[in-house]
Design a protein around this ligand. Structure first.
Ligand code: ATP
Ligand code: MG
Length: 274
């Protein structure tokens, strides 16, 4: 379990990015962090694995203040896929990149190689082992950065804007992988502007603005709250928009919907079905 207790952070002591974040992330949760540009989302996730340390407040992992752990120690349990893959990739082949993170965590060569192949295949990157990350497309590069973390299967997987540059098939594939890891008990934390990715895959949403949490709860209620949508510069999910339009004609259709099943149920009802 990760607990953030009243975390404050300013870059260079000058540029305020987090202003009193308190948050509890339970083992095995799937949680999305959303909010406007500059809201502090990246700053927040960098506090989870120790890349940044709070100016005030505490980050507690399994009951221990993370100030007692180095970044390398935290990396065993808490993986972070960075927003910009250029900050994550620095070697001259895809395979070396992934083996490097596995061997850093103590995996033996044989198992590391096997994990590497498996992860590349599952991310649609089979046959990319020998390629230089610098020659890949933006979407492929992002997936290599994902692979370096997913291959190590940390207990907590945090991903900063993982769907950027991914086509529909890759996005679906990524969602499936994250749900499968979650089924194995991993905690999955995603920072994203992709509202449909959130409504379809993440039961809990934390909405941020100006370095603060403005809403935290079931995705359905957070993302159908007009004040939150406005404050966090989000666009309403298309499904919610459809429900709102239908509601004007059929008041029995609830306005606050984010799930297809709920919309279907409401439509069946107004059509006089069971
Ligand atoms: N290295 C830095 N030095 C100074 N200020 C920074 C630095 N990195 C971020 N900031 C500032 O901290 C605030 C929070 O930035 P952060 O990157 O956490 O936002 P974000 O929510 O991830 O935004 P985005 O959606 O654009 O990725 C912003 O005001 C930003 O300008
Ligand atoms: Mg960011």
């Amino acid at each position: 379990m990760i607990i953030l207790e009243d975390v404050h952070f300013a870059y260079d002591g000058l540029y305020t990015a987090l202003q009193g974040i308190s948050l509890q992330i339970n083992d095995g949760e799937r949680i999305a962090i959303m909010g406007s540009n500059g809201a502090g989302k990246t700053t927040l996730v960098k506090h989870l694995n120790g890349l940044l340390r709070p100016d005030n407040g505490r980050v507690i992992f399994d009951g221990v203040d993370t100030k007692h752990y180095s970044v390398a120690e935290l990396a065993r349990d808490i993986g972070l896929v960075m927003q910009n893959p250029d900050h994550q990739l620095f070697l001259d082949s895809v395979e070396r990149e992934i083996l490097f993170s596995l061997e850093n965590l103590g995996y033996q060569k044989e198992e590391a190689k096997e994990r590497c192949e498996r992860t590349l295949a599952s991310l649609g990157l089979a046959g990319f082992s020998e390629r230089s990350p610098f020659t890949l497309s933006g979407g492929e590069r992002k997936r290599v950065a994902l692979a370096t973390v997913l291959a190590t299967e940390p207990r907590v997987i945090s991903l900063d804007e993982p769907t950027i540059g991914q086509d529909a098939r890759q996005k679906e594939n990524l969602a499936r992988m994250l749900c499968a890891l979650n089924d194995k008990g991993k905690t999955v934390i995603v920072v994203t502007h992709d509202i449909e990715f959130v409504t379809e895959n993440f039961p809990r949403t934390v909405a941020m603005a100006n370095g603060m949490i403005v809403a935290d709860g079931p995705t359905n209620s957070v993302l159908s709250n007009d004040a939150v949508i406005e404050q966090c510069s989000l666009t309403r999910p298309q499904l919610t928009e459809t429900a709102r339009q239908l509601h004007k004609v059929f008041p029995d259709v609830p306005q606050r919907l984010t799930l297809m099943d709920d919309l279907e149920e409401a439509v069946v009802k107004i059509m006089g079905g069971a």
